[in-house]
Design a protein around this ligand. Structure first.
Ligand SMILES: Cc1cc2nc3c(=O)[nH]c(=O)nc-3n(C[C@H](O)[C@H](O)[C@H](O)COP(=O)(O)OP(=O)(O)OC[C@H]3O[C@@H](n4cnc5c(N)ncnc54)[C@H](O)[C@@H]3O)c2cc1C
Ligand code: FES
Length: 253
């Protein structure tokens, strides 16, 4: 098994960007430059044994950007951490998106799956990015995607910002213009996106599964995978994923 060293990062920014949503920048001289899009970081929360996995929203030579929503005790404690504190982080982890030159990608993010797509958008040529949120209070990162040169479409379930409807409404209309789809968000959204793409364009999805170690040692994150031409097996989302070909996984809700 690959050797993983925990490294100390410095929390240099902790900003609330929407209700219950926080935007972190952490710095370290060695690890951020190794990150590729679709990978994640596993964060040690003081006083908690299990780490919390958060997608890499953006990365450069010496910093990672991590955007998270407060869900329970761990993320609440993270939201209260102070700029200047040291944080133990295992990163970059997992198998990210496969991107080929010359293809036009459609990137789809739903809710807190949207941050995952920013670093990805920066690796694609002229991507079409479709972001979906429940309502206008939860909309995040729109300027970041525009600054990354993406063609951006915003949808909200209640029509309070952008187009009224779901990301799949836009995807269905624009499918003929794109070569592949990359998606991250809630399972019902991923299922709907995969159904639109099936038999037409390849779709890669990033799955969220409860995790323990984050490095392939505890089997907490097992999900059933069936690669084309092979038998189904129990795959570890932290190691074989979180990104999978949508036609090779079984979506559990
Ligand atoms: C690969 C990956 C990437 C993720 N990226 C993001 C992101 O970019 N932004 C974001 O807001 N959230 C992300 N999540 C979800 C995030 O990890 C959980 O919301 C968080 O762990 C909840 O911890 P908690 O202590 O606040 O909640 P609690 O419910 O109190 O957590 C209790 C335990 O369950 C685990 N757990 C709970 N929900 C999840 C979950 N959905 N996934 C994994 N473990 C969970 C926690 O790690 C903890 O061990 C990601 C999850 C995965 C697997
Ligand atoms: S979280 Fe331990 S094996 Fe995946």
């Amino acid at each position: 098994m690959k050797k993983y060293d925990t490294q100390l990062f410095t929390l240099v920014k902790n900003e609330r960007i929407a209700d219950g949503i926080y935007d972190w920048t952490v710095t370290n001289d060695e690890l951020p430059k190794l990150a590729s899009c679709g990978q994640f970081a596993n964060i040690k929360v003081p006083g908690r044994t299990l780490r919390r996995p958060i997608s890499i929203c953006d990365a450069d030579e010496n910093s990672l950007r991590l955007v998270f929503q407060v869900k329970g005790e761990g993320t609440r404690l993270m939201s209260e951490m102070k700029e200047g504190e040291q944080v133990e982080i295992l990163a970059p982890l997992g198998h990210g998106f496969e991107i080929e030159k010359g293809k036009r990608y459609c990137l789809i993010g739903g809710g807190i799956g949207v941050p995952h797509m920013l670093f990805t958008a920066k690796q694609c040529e002229n991507p079409l990015v479709i972001t979906g949120f429940r309502n206008k209070e939860l909309v995040i990162l729109q300027d970041d995607f525009k600054n990354a040169g993406a063609e951006l479409v915003l949808t909200t379930d209640d029509g309070s910002a952008g187009r009224h409807g779901f990301v799949t409404d836009v995807l269905s209309e624009r499918l003929g213009e794109i070569d592949e789809v990359l998606a991250c968000g809630p399972i019902p959204m991923l299922k709907a996106v995969a159904a639109v793409c099936k038999g037409k364009v390849r779709c890669q999805v990033s799955l969220e599964e409860r995790m323990g170690c984050g490095i392939g040692a505890c089997l907490v994150c097992a999900c059933k995978q069936k690669p084309k031409g092979s038998e189904a097996f129990m795959s570890q989302v932290c190691r074989h994923g979180p990104v999978y070909d949508a036609e090779e996984v079984f979506f559990d809700e």
